[in-house]
Every structure is written in structure tokens, then in C-alpha cells.
Design a protein around this ligand. Structure first.
Ligand SMILES: Nc1nc2c(ncn2[C@@H]2O[C@H](COP(=O)(O)OP(=O)(O)OP(=O)(O)O)[C@@H](O)[C@H]2O)c(=O)[nH]1
Ligand SMILES: [Mg+2]
Length: 349
């Protein structure tokens, strides 16, 4: 699962990328066409996994992971539309969701205009979709009328999408269109789920900037540069600093957790003395398919899943107490795995 970090040039994408990943990619060094995007795999912080790990003391604790790609300065409202669009499309086509970084700090004496920047990039996404869409509609209409091929239903959906985009709205607010399997192949940019990161300067108090966003967007505000500096300290130093500042967990943890949710992912846990592990699965995944995420044999030979919820396990204190309290259930193949389920798969191959 991959998340693309986008935003107008100099909004702090690489800074946020570094904060998320603890890497030290050079800020503002992107030159068009000269540098590959920054790519990193990040583990998804999960307090529950930490606690399970302290209970089972396994040899290994494995967190769920998400991948971030810092697209670089390709996305710029100042650049000519045509050239930036091609590059944008190529890089963004494979990502599953967007983190849109919006500048909220002074830069070269220029005060921030977060609302304007946000809307500029949003319009760019919408316009890009609209151009693709118009071409597709034209082609599909020809196919249907001339060759008797092509799906009229698909055409209908594309036209509906077109009306939304024409109004200047993103497709992500319309789940039956944004998530339609028929349109999935087009990978419309404005259909991708999106988090807006308001990247606030050191001297501005968090929570004091007004920003209007649509309901379909998740907003996370953080101080990118500060978070980047913290991410580059040793864990001990960072802990000390946080204590002094009265900070709890890094703001980037929230961003990673929101990204995970945005991708529609939940975690099931497996526990044992070898490994305590979080497995990312899609919401509403039936038990056999979830088992298949662990091992294909477990899906093929699925018999039952022994399930206890994390909360029940913690409330009872340990697994055998949970069993005595009747909290450990045997679930069959129609069971939809819930976030925080601790699962032991019974299977036969
Ligand atoms: N004050 C302040 N400056 C920041 C913050 N985040 C980034 N900057 C500065 O803004 C400049 C651009 O940051 P980058 O992270 O390189 O921005 P970018 O979006 O990756 O830029 P391009 O890749 O060129 O599009 C750098 O000089 C950063 O130090 C922040 O939270 N506060
Ligand atoms: Mg950059």
C-alpha cells in the first residue's frame, strides 16, 4: 500500500517525508526530471502491539507497514499545466492515497496562504481527471455507436463523474463513483482518498489557522520542521526532548495512523513467543481471506479461527483467563475480522 506525498513546491513535502521516515532526504533539492522520488517504508505505530509484546515477550515484534513516496517538486501550481500533468500522472497513478502538504509558514518573506494553495492543487487534480475523462468518454462513445462494443454502464458512470468534476468537485466525495470497480482502472487522482497536512511554522500556535476543507478530507496539522528534527534524534534524546516540551507521541504517528485508516486497513494480531505481529487487512475481510494474508495455506485449508478481541484479552489479563471467561470464540468462514482481533487460525493442508 503506497501513499503519495503531494503539494505545491516548497510546501514541506520532503520535510514531512523525513519526519515520517526518520530519513534525511535533502530538502528543496528536487530538480525536475533529475531525481527519483524519495521512497520509504514506515511502520505503523500501535500501542496495542507494544502491550501484547510486553505480555508475550516474543523474539520478534512486527508492525504493520505503509509506504510513502515523496513526489518532489513536480506538483506545482506555478508550472505550466501540460508538462506538470504528465509527470504527475505517471508518478501518482500507482498510489493508493494522497497526503497533500500545505504550507503554513513564512517562506522567503512570503506569508502562507494555505486556503489558496490547497485549492490550487485540488483544482489541478480535478482538471487532470477531467481531461482524461473527456478523452475516455469520446473513445467509449465511438466504440459503442460504431463497433457495438464497450459498456454503456461505464459511459454512464463516466458522464456522472464528469458532471462532478465540471462543478469543480473532487470525486473522492462520491464513494459510488470513486470506488466503482468499473472506473478503478482510470485511477482518477481526485478519487484517491486524501489527508491534508497543514504544515505549520514553529512560531504559529497549532489549531489557530482557519482552513475550509470538504468532509471527504482528513486534516492533520503539525509542525513539519520540528517533527523532522525530532525524528532525526536518537530515541533517547527524542524522549527527553518530548518530556521537556510536554509532548506525547510524535505528531507523525497520528499522520501514519490516519494514513492506515485512509487506506481502509485494520489490524489483526497474531501472538506467540516467536513473534507478535500486526497484519494489515482490509475492513470487512472474511476470516479465510484474512488468514490468507498470513499464509496462503491457511486460506486454502481454513477450518476455524480462534478469536479474542484485544480489549477482552487485556480486561481478562491473559489468554487462559479470557478463555475461562468465555471470551475466546471459534469463528467460521463467514466471520468478518475486526480491528484488534487476536487470531489463531485452525487449518488443514
Ligand atoms: N519554518 C518552517 N519551514 C519549513 C517547514 N517545513 C519545511 N520548511 C522549509 O521550507 C523549505 C522547503 O521544504 P521542503 O521540505 O524541501 O519542501 P518540498 O515541498 O519538498 O519542496 P519541493 O520538493 O521543492 O517541492 C525548506 O527550506 C524547509 O526547511 C516548517 O514546518 N516550518
Ligand atoms: Mg521535496
Amino acid at each position: 500500500m503506497k501513499i503519495g506525498i503531494v503539494g505545491i513546491s516548497g510546501s514541506g513535502k520532503t520535510t514531512i517525508f523525513n519526519a515520517l521516515t526518520g530519513s534525511v532526504a535533502e530538502v528543496s533539492a528536487y530538480q525536475k526530471g533529475k531525481k527519483d522520488p524519495n521512497l520509504a517504508v514506515v511502520r505503523v505505530p500501535d500501542r496495542r502491539l507494544d502491550i501484547l509484546s510486553s505480555m508475550y515477550r516474543p523474539k520478534k515484534t512486527t508492525y504493520a507497514r505503509v509506504q510513502y513516496v515523496d513526489i518532489g517538486g513536480t506538483v506545482s501550481a506555478r508550472e505550466g499545466m501540460e508538462s506538470s500533468m504528465d509527470e504527475l500522472l505517471k508518478l501518482l497513478h500507482p498510489v493508493d492515497a494522497l497526503v497533500h502538504v500545505v504550507r503554513n509558514f513564512d517562506r522567503s518573506g512570503e506569508s502562507p496562504k494555505p486556503q489558496k494553495d490547497l485549492e490550487a492543487l485540488e483544482s489541478e487534480l480535478i482538471l487532470t481527471d477531467l481531461i482524461i475523462l473527456e478523452k475516455k468518454i469520446e473513445r467509449l462513445e465511438k466504440e459503442i455507436t460504431k463497433a457495438g462494443k464497450g459498456s454503456p454502464e461505464e459511459l454512464e458512470l463516466l458522464k456522472k463523474a464528469g458532471e462532478i468534476l465540471e462543478r469543480g468537485e473532487a470525486l473522492r466525495g462520491y464513494p459510488n463513483i470513486a470506488q466503482s470497480p468499473m472506473l478503478k482502472g482510470y485511477a482518477f487522482l481526485s478519487a484517491k482518498p486524501c489527508i491534508v497536512v497543514l504544515n505549520t511554522g514553529d512560531d504559529v500556535e497549532l489549531g489557530t489557522t482557519e482552513l475550509q476543507i470538504s468532509d471527504a478530507i482528513v486534516l492533520v496539522e503539525l509542525k513539519g520542521r520540528l517533527e523532522m528534527e525530532l525524528a532525526q534524534l536518537s530515541p533517547e534524546e527524542a524522549e527527553l526532548f518530548r518530556e521537556e516540551m510536554g509532548l506525547e507521541e510524535p505528531a507523525t504517528f497520528r499522520l501514519i495512523k490516519e494514513s492506515y485508516q485512509l487506506l481502509g486497513l485494520i489490524s489483526l494480531f497474531t501472538v506467540g513467543t516467536d513473534e507478535v505481529r500486526a497484519w494489515p487487512i482490509r475492513q470487512d475481510t472474511p476470516a479465510p481471506r484474512a488468514a490468507g494474508a498470513i499464509h496462503s495455506d491457511m486460506e486454502k485449508g481454513f477450518i476455524r479461527a480462534e478469536v479474542v478481541s484485544y480489549d477482552d484479552l487485556i480486561a481478562c489479563g491473559n489468554h487462559s483467563a479470557a478463555q475461562k471467561a468465555g471470551k475466546v470464540r471459534l469463528e467460521g468462514k463467514n466471520y468478518l475480522v475486526q480491528d484488534g482481533d487476536i487470531v489463531d487460525i485452525r487449518f488443514n493442508v
